[in-house]
Structures are given as structure tokens and as C-alpha cells.
Ligand binder design. Structure first.
Ligand code: GDP
Ligand code: MG
Length: 382
């Protein structure tokens, strides 16, 4: 497109020159009355300034004053600028052009040179606006995203945090919300949770600690009848630690197994991971758990669980009436917001966290302050 500005004494004169130079296809973009520059202009008649454009430079029109190579160069730099701007807007995903305060003028130009200049100016505005937007993003939102705290809690946290010392307040709130179980494991302890979260490994760790370190009488029961490998895994640990071990297949087996371990201080009961989405399977598991007459049921959940899945799991296992949660695989993540998310969704205290595959070492009861430090990235487990 060629855009040119004409100064003439009247519109007819301007039109004649436009038709002569740009051809019949030329269109008038704007016209305005102006004075000649300088003092003299105040004492003379007004001139008319007409801006005209033509899409394609047609054959037969005069090519006077138009350097086609130069025009091509401008066009390509214009295209490049447009590409850069689009990329910039796309990457920052900021609705820059929709911002109210910043009115970006339409690109109506006098020449390709000035169109390029205007595009440059526009690009600078886009970049400046984007930077501003980033700085202006809500401090709390930025912070919770950084800590991997689920933005689902944003509204609630915003209300509680207020407007000053956001980080300090959030720290207080996290500390207030985090609950750690009070008291030791005793009696019949059941672990439930999805497949692969680390239930069997956690049972082995607990058995090791309780029997080898705390010198308690520990018994092991597993209803993990699906995966023979898992049964073998626990059986091996039981043999090494020299503690009684029973595999349970029917409900009657469960009753008998629990009875046979009455003399134990703690009986750790492993279960098969069943999909929390399948209600039927959960009720089946519930019947087994009830037969075990548990002193506590603990939900095992991995810290690597996606935020969206936490609620499904937590709700799915509600029927089992778990009283605490064990959060596993904290060694597999570098941000520990999930400690907050899981605890907050489950509304049950944290019993243990596990931090690796080593039996029995990689398990501990964290302190409240430790959880807060982990969530705020002040401490790491890797
Ligand atoms: N990195 C890591 N891996 C773990 C942890 N706890 C268990 N695992 C591993 O997770 C996998 C599944 O564990 P398992 O105890 O069989 O899970 P289950 O299906 O819930 O009984 C195994 O490879 C374990 O070694 C942990 O705290 N950290
Ligand atoms: Mg298992």
C-alpha cells in the first residue's frame, strides 16, 4: 500500500494530483485545513492537506517520487515488526491492546517510513505495558504460584492475608492451617490409598522403626492380594525383622489374623491400592478395614499428585474414615506446596512424610515449623 500526503489550495487541485500520481484506485483517507508553516502562514489563506492511499501501484500511474526497492524494504521490515509484536503479545499473554488507559493510535500513516516508525513506537508500548503488567500482578497470586500452593485457595487466602506484608501473613496462615498428628501409632493401624503411592514401602519403614528402634512388638498383615510381588516384598521385610506376617484374602481371614496378633503393640495393615474413582471397590475395602477393628486408618498420598487429583482421592477414600494422612515421595519434588494443598483439602493432620525409598530411614514426623519452611522453600529434602 502506498500512502501519501498532498498539500493543495483546494480539494479539486488535490484530487487532480492524487489521480495523476496514484491513479484512479486511490482513496482519500483524511483531509484537513492547515496553514502554511511560519509567520506568513497566519496572514495567508488556509491550505488543504489530503492523505490518500492506493492498494497496488497500478500500471499507467506516474512512478515519480516512489522508489520501489525502498518500498519493498519497508514492507519487509514492517512485516518483521508485526511478527515480533505478535510473538511478544502471544508469549506474554497480556491483553495489551485491550487496556483502557493506554490508547494506542490506529496505524494511519503518511508514508511507509512513518508507518515503520509508528510500529516501532507501538512495539515499545507493548513491551512497556507487558513489563508493567507483570509487576502489577497480584503479589499474593505470584507468591502462591511460586510456592505451588493451589490457586484454588487464592480467594480464601486473599481475604485472610490483607494488603500488607503479604509473605509474612501467608507464612502465618500456612502455619495456622498445617496440622500434625499428636501422639504415637498404636493398636491396629491401616494404610489405604491409591496404587503406587508407597503404602507397602511405608509399612516396611514403620515396621522397621517401631520394632528395631522403638523396640515395640510389631505384626504385619496385608490384604494386598492382587499383586503377588507386593506380598513378597512385605514378607521379605517381615522375615528380616523377624516379626509375624499374615496375608489376608477373605474377611474371615482378616478377623483371624488380627486376633492372632492381639499380643502385638502395633499391627500394621497394608491394603491394595484401589482406584478411588471406583466406589464399589472402596466399599469392598471398607468391609475389610472394618473387620480389622482399626485404631487408626491413614490415607497415603503422594506429594507428586496433581492438584486436581488430590480432591478426587481425598473424597474417594472418605468412606474409610481416615484420621490422618501420610504424604510420600517428597524427595521427588523441589517445591513443597503440595504439603499445604493435601492437608488443606483433606482437613486431616499429617502423620508422616516419606522422603525416599530407603527402608526404614526415609520417613519422619515433621514439625509444624519444618512443614512451613518446606512450603516456603527455606528448607529442602533433596
Ligand atoms: N522416591 C520415592 N519413592 C518411594 C517412596 N515411597 C515409596 N516409593 C517407591 O514407590 C514405588 C511404589 O511403592 P509401593 O510401596 O509398592 O506402593 P503401593 O502400591 O502404595 O504399596 C516403589 O518403587 C517404592 O520404592 C518415597 O518416599 N520416595
Ligand atoms: Mg502395596
Amino acid at each position: 500500500m502506498i500512502i501519501k500526503k498532498y498539500m493543495a489550495n483546494n480539494i479539486n487541485e488535490a484530487l487532480t494530483r492524487i489521480r495523476h500520481e496514484l491513479g484512479k484506485e486511490a482513496v482519500i483517507i483524511s483531509q484537513r485545513k492547515i496553514r502554511k508553516p511560519g509567520i506568513k502562514g497566519y496572514f495567508s489563506e488556509k491550505l488543504i492537506e489530503v492523505t490518500a492511499a492506493v492498494e497496488n501501484y497500478s500500471v499507467g500511474t506516474s512512478k515519480k517520487n516512489v522508489d520501489v526497492t525502498q518500498e519493498d524494504n519497508f514492507k519487509s521490515s514492517l512485516d518483521n515488526l508485526k511478527k515480533i509484536m505478535n510473538k511478544e503479545i502471544e508469549s506474554k499473554k497480556v491483553p495489551v491492546l485491550a487496556k483502557k488507559e493506554e490508547v494506542i493510535p490506529p496505524i494511519v500513516n503518511l508514508s511507509l517510513e512513518s508507518e515503520v516508525a509508528q510500529m516501532k513506537e507501538l512495539l515499545n508500548k507493548v513491551l512497556k505495558n507487558t513489563e508493567k503488567e507483570e509487576v502489577e500482578e497480584d503479589e499474593l497470586l505470584t507468591l502462591i504460584k511460586e510456592l505451588d500452593i493451589d490457586t484454588f485457595f487464592y480467594d480464601e487466602l486473599k481475604n485472610r492475608v490483607g494488603n500488607e506484608d503479604i509473605k509474612g501473613k501467608l507464612r502465618e496462615i500456612v502455619k495456622e492451617d498445617i496440622k500434625i498428628i499428636d501422639g504415637e501409632l498404636k493398636g491396629n493401624v491401616v494404610l489405604v490409598g491409591p496404587t503406587g503411592v508407597g503404602k507397602t514401602t511405608t509399612i516396611a519403614k514403620l515396621a522397621g522403626r517401631l520394632s528395631l528402634i522403638d523396640k515395640k512388638k510389631v505384626g504385619l498383615i496385608t490384604v494386598d492380594t492382587y499383586r503377588i510381588g507386593a506380598v513378597e516384598q512385605l514378607k521379605t521385610y517381615a522375615e528380616i525383622m523377624n516379626i509375624p506376617f499374615k496375608v489376608v484374602i477373605t474377611m474371615k481371614d482378616m478377623e483371624e489374623a488380627v486376633k492372632s496378633m492381639e499380643n502385638c503393640d502395633i499391627v500394621l495393615i497394608d491394603t491394595t491400592g484401589r482406584s478411588s474413582k471406583n466406589a464399589m471397590q472402596i466399599s469392598e475395602l471398607r468391609a475389610f478395614v472394618q473387620k480389622a477393628k482399626p485404631d487408626s486408618v491413614n490415607l497415603v498420598i503422594s506429594s507428586t499428585t496433581k492438584n486436581k487429583d488430590i480432591k478426587t482421592i481425598v473424597d474417594g477414600y472418605k468412606e474409610l474414615d481416615y484420621e490422618s494422612i501420610i504424604i510420600t515421595k517428597l524427595d521427588e519434588t523441589t517445591v513443597y506446596g503440595s504439603l499445604y494443598n493435601i492437608q488443606k483439602v483433606a482437613q486431616k493432620p499429617i502423620g508422616y512424610i516419606t522422603i525416599g525409598q530407603n527402608v526404614p530411614d526415609d520417613i519422619k514426623v515433621p514439625s509444624k515449623e519444618e512443614v512451613v519452611r518446606l512450603v516456603f522453600g527455606e528448607e529442602t529434602l533433596c
